[in-house]
Design a protein around this ligand. Structure first.
Ligand code: BT5
Length: 259
């Protein structure tokens, strides 16, 4: 059975339509198909399991039952687009804090970590038509009831909310909170409110030394800040400053070390 919402959802955009499946290859693909067919903005596609769950750069997302796997359809303007990639990580952080009391932080651009281990990931895929965005699909995976220590491919780097909280959390409650927080943030952005300050406040990456893959190049330096569109400002070891857009799939944060 797919995770279903047990209580009414109080939102303006997100979750106006919810499609729930037991198994999909990826919620991203079905959501994109729905978007191409003109589904209402805020449509949510949920799956209990994915056979080909994906991350950025062709990476795999381990997608077992008991966790949250969803994609949401948006039709943002070009002005809203830079913020769209900040909103899901912020909504997930707010939901985790509110529902569990745990204290996650964000690894730039949008991994959600607890004590350095990844508990949730976000993927945003945009489709352009000429100069306009035709649709953007926001994908969110949150580990809830998964003993990550039993999955060798992610055991050293991943965790789940049940493991961290020592509870059996209800995925439906967390889903509801994520959708409500995402809706509040999206409505605020469409009214001109920037999420940057709150997002920046949760970024654990700032002040750390990071190594980033940029196409075929690897750049190391100090993560000094993020600008108003979410670009990471990196002070390279040779003193030069680079500005890296987080939405670009060609960028990959390879490591971050405390200084
Ligand atoms: C992400 O990519 O973190 C984005 C993940 C988005 C997943 C959602 S699930 C619903 C929707 N449908 C999809 O098909 N995808 C989205 P990235 O930053 O590239 O991180 C991928 C890396 O995270 C992998 O290479 C692993 O190291 C690690 N990983 C894979 N599965 C994981 C899991 N369940 N928990 C924690 N880490 C994981």
């Amino acid at each position: 059975m797919a995770t279903v919402l047990k209580e009414r959802l109080y939102t303006r955009v997100v979750g106006r339509r919810i499609l729930s499946y037991k198994e999909l290859s990826s919620t991203m693909d079905l959501a994109a198909q729905e978007a191409r067919e003109g589904t209402i903005e805020g449509t949510v596609v949920l799956a209990t399991e994915q056979t080909m769950g994906r991350g950025r750069l062709q990476r795999t997302w381990v997608s077992r039952p008991g966790n949250l796997l969803l994609s949401i359809v948006f039709y943002p303007s070009l002005k809203e687009l830079p913020y769209l990639s900040m909103l899901p990580s912020l909504a997930v952080v707010r939901a985790i804090v509110g529902e569990t009391g745990l204290a996650p932080d964000i690894k730039w651009p949008n991994d959600i970590l607890i004590m350095g281990k990844k508990v949730a990931g976000v993927l945003v895929e945009n489709t352009l038509e000429g100069d306009a965005i035709s649709y953007a699909i926001v994908g969110i995976g949150i580990n809830i009831a998964m003993d990550t220590s039993e999955i060798p491919e992610i055991a050293p780097i991943a965790t789940s909310l049940d493991l961290e909280s020592g509870q059996n959390l209800d995925p439906a409650k967390i889903l509801r909170r994520v959708l409500q927080e995402l809706d509040k943030l999206y409505v605020a952005v469409s009214e001109g409110v920037s999420p940057v300050e709150e997002w920046r406040g949760h970024l654990g990456t700032l002040g750390k030394r990071v190594t980033i893959q940029w196409g075929n190049e690897v750049v190391s330096g100090l993560a000094e800040g993020v600008n108003d569109t979410g670009h990471l400002l990196l002070r390279r070891d040779d003193g030069g400053r680079v500005d890296l857009p987080g939405g670009e799939v060609t960028f990959q944060l390879l490591s971050e070390d405390s200084t």
